[in-house]
Design a protein. Structure first.
Length: 93
């Protein structure tokens, strides 16, 4: 799960989305929009929306863990999920 920022060529506005990758039945990799956050009109608003998207990703991951059919042996807490998201974003840079 990651944050995608889409922009249009002739507009300063950027849309912030939470996206996850998955494989369909044929094995092709596709992307699914999990949550559409909002449209940022400037860079300051974009930074705020990215922070909001990170909090939403944390909430979604914790909810999915709680609702999973097979529970984790060690159980995830909020700080572990935050650290995992931080490492994932550092790898993508």
């Amino acid at each position: 799960m990651y944050i995608r920022v889409n922009s249009t060529p002739n507009s300063p506005r950027r849309s912030i989305q939470i996206v996850e990758g998955y494989r369909d039945k044929q094995g092709k990799v596709k992307q699914r929009i999990v949550r559409y956050c909002r449209v940022a009109t400037d860079e300051a608003e974009e930074v705020k929306l990215k922070a909001l998207a990170e909090e939403l990703m944390l909430k979604i991951k914790l909810e999915r863990e709680a609702e999973a059919k097979q529970q984790s042996l060690f159980g995830l807490n909020e700080t572990e999920v935050r650290e995992g998201l931080k490492r994932a974003t550092q790898r993508s840079l």
